[in-house]
Each structure stands twice: as C-alpha cells, then as structure tokens.
Design a protein around this ligand. Structure first.
Ligand code: MG
Length: 388
C-alpha cells in the first residue's frame, strides 16, 4: 500500500495508518493514485444508499421546502467536522471521512421513529438496528461490483461503522465485531466520528428548530452554551437580522465544542501515550471525548432538544403517520411478497428457502429501510390504498 494521505505534520503513532490496515475481505490490487481509505470514501459516495440519504429525514420529514437538514447534509457535516478533528490530532483524515460518510447509511425513512417501528415489525424475526444495518448496507446490500458483494471496504472503515452490536450478533459478524467481545475501543478516527455526529446534530437541530420557529429563542437562551454564543453574536451589532444572528450563534457553538473536544482528547492522549493503533484499541475507555465541563454544559442542551424539539407536536404528528405507513407496508408485503420489486425476487426466494418466514421478513425490512421518505409514501399509497 504505497499511497498514504498524512495530515500536514504526518500521522501520529496512534493513528490508523493505511499501512497497518487489516485490509479488505476480498483482496484487490492497490490503487496507484488513491490511498485505501480515500478509495473507501469514493465507493461510499457512489453507493445508491448514499444518494438516497438526500430524501431521508434527519428530524423533519423531507418535503419541498428543503431549507433544513436531511441525512445527506448531516452526513456531509459530520464528515467535515471529523476530518477537521482528525487533522488537528494528526489522525487519518480519510478514515474519519469514510466512517462519517457511511455512519447513517442504515437509517430507515422517517428517522429514529422509523427504526423503532421497523424493529417492532421485526420482533421474532431477528430485530432491526440501524448501526448493524449500516454495516449490512456496505458489506452486502450494495451489490454492483462483479468481483464481490458489497463495497469491499477496509476493515477499519467497517469496524468504525459498526458503532453498536447486539450481543447475539457479535459472533455472527466475526472479526469486525471482535472489539465488542473483548471490550476494546475502535480507532480514534471512529471515536471522533461519533462525537462529530453529536456536535453536528446538536447544533443543526437547534438551528433548524429555531429557524422553523418550533423552538423559541428566549427558551434557548436558558442554556448556558447558547446564551454565551448569543451574547457574543449580539455584540456584533444590534441590527443583525434573525437568520444572521442564528448563524453567528450556531458557528460559535460548533467552534467551542470542536475546540473543547480537540483539547480534551489531546490531553488524554498525552496522559495515556498510546504508541500504536493497537494500544488505542486496548484502552479501557475511549480516549476521544469532551472535557467534564463541556459534558455538563451539553446535558441541558440535549434535554432541551428532547423535550422541546423531538417531542414537538408537529413532530409527534409526523411520527404517528410514519409508524402507520411502515407498519402497514411491512404487513402488506409479508402477506403479498410478490409485490416486492422484481430485482428482489431471487433474493427473497433464496432467503425464504434458507430461513422461511424470517428470511422473507429480512428482505422486506432491507427493502423498507432502503426507501426514502418520499418513495415509501408512494409505495405505501400504491400497495395499501391511501396516502398514508
Ligand atoms: Mg448521524
């Protein structure tokens, strides 16, 4: 593996260098021009599941006035933050970007409520979990290369994507889930993606909620982190229009969290002094993380979003609709599996032969999980008679 993409100061000893990668499941010749994790990024961006993120809910159901975030813009924000963190800590930027781009590929339509109701439908058939689904998407469900199923990504990318793994699946997934059996950590790059995810959604959900006036500015000012950024932004000028004020607050909050995370992680690295990726893995706890002060300041922000935004009447109404659509479509396809698209017919027959009704349920869950918010409403309308 000749090509490496180091940051400006070269990779730190604890970074996941491509030279130490555990490689791909199906061996392929190295690319002369691209580093292995860079190639992973390209493969993810060219995946159908990635394109589909454009029409998947982050929080608000995707519809015409596309001013708020979708899963695609969220994934792009996470990738940018993760790259910046990786660069500051002399980690592998390409790996951080690859994990970030793929981290939400397994999400169903309609956000978290979609995954919960699909899990409910799959009870007794092996369940449904979006982190596991993200790995299944990159390992199996994207099927377009002649030589192998899935995208054949590097081990470290796949391991980073499998952020959680139900205990009963650890053995099934083998080496990529080994860390759950051993109580090990993933690479620092993957740890940082998880935190970049939190920085991204915390700030963009606040921004969307305020922008849509589902959250009140005066209420948000009760949050210490928000109020500090608000005062600084207000000091820029009394005539600042509302959208500029919100942006000036948003960028200050993101910047503060990024700086805190970088400094706190750097301090932990200096204390633990891991000399290799393997030493990072064997740490009893993740080394990447916010300071104690930032963790305390973030708690009320998370509570505020949970209470005021994610449980806002408008979102609860959408959630009820989303549950009904997924439940009815799952049921209809279980009863009339011949209504699945033709391209899935052979896979369904194969799975039914091997696993009976559980096999049928899995093919249906994979199909539903892969639909966008728009597409599922259309399919539901066609198969269940009604607009949902
Ligand atoms: Mg995410």
């Amino acid at each position: 593996m000749a090509v490496e993409t180091p940051g400006p100061a070269g990779l730190a000893a604890y970074a996941a260098s491509a030279a130490q990668s555990r490689g791909r499941v199906y061996e392929e010749p190295a690319d002369a021009a691209r580093a292995p994790y860079q190639r992973d990024c390209d493969r993810i961006i060219h995946a159908a599941a990635y394109r589909c993120l454009e029409y998947k809910t982050q929080v608000m159901v995707n519809h015409a006035d596309g001013f708020f975030r979708t899963r695609l813009t969220h994934s792009m924000e996470v990738a940018k933050l993760a790259r910046a963190l990786a660069r500051a800590l002399r980690l592998n930027e390409d790996l951080a970007e690859a994990v970030a781009l793929a981290h939400d590929l397994g999400h169903t339509p309609f956000g978290h409520v979609g995954q919960d109701v699909l899990d409910e439908c799959m009870r007794g058939h092996g369940g449904f979990e979006h982190n596991v689904q993200s790995l299944r998407v990159i390992d199996r469900l994207e099927h377009k290369y002649a030589a192998f199923p899935g995208l054949n990504l590097c081990f470290e990318t796949r391991e980073g994507v499998l952020k959680r793994c139900p205990r009963e699946l650890v053995r099934f997934f083998g080496p990529v889930a080994e860390r759950f059996r051993r109580g090990w950590q993933p690479s620092l790059e993957a740890q940082l993606v998880d935190l970049a995810d939190r920085i991204a959604y915390t700030n963009h959900d606040l921004d969307d909620g305020l922008g849509l006036e589902m959250l009140a500015l005066e209420d948000a000012r009760g949050l210490e982190l928000f109020e500090r950024a608000y005062r600084e932004a207000r000091a820029l000028g009394p005539e600042l229009p509302r959208h500029s004020l919100l942006h000036e607050i948003n960028r200050r909050m993101i910047h503060g969290m990024m700086q805190d995370l970088t400094a706190a992680t750097r301090a932990r690295l200096a204390a633990a002094r891991p000399a290799s990726l393997q030493e990072v893995r064997e740490q009893p706890a993740p080394l990447a993380g916010f300071s104690a002060e930032m963790r305390a300041a973030l708690k009320p922000v998370t509570r505020f979003l949970n209470e005021r935004y994610y449980r806002h009447a408008r979102l609860l109404e959408m959630a009820a609709q989303a549950k009904k659509v997924i439940r009815e479509l799952f049921q209809a396809l279980m009863e009339r599996p011949e209504e699945l698209p033709e391209r899935l017919a052979a896979r369904r027959r194969d799975k039914e032969e091997k696993y009976g009704v559980d096999g049928r349920a899995r093919v249906i869950a994979d199909y539903i999980a892969g639909l966008s918010d728009r597409h599922i409403l259309e399919v539901h309308g066609r198969l269940c008679g009604g607009a949902g």
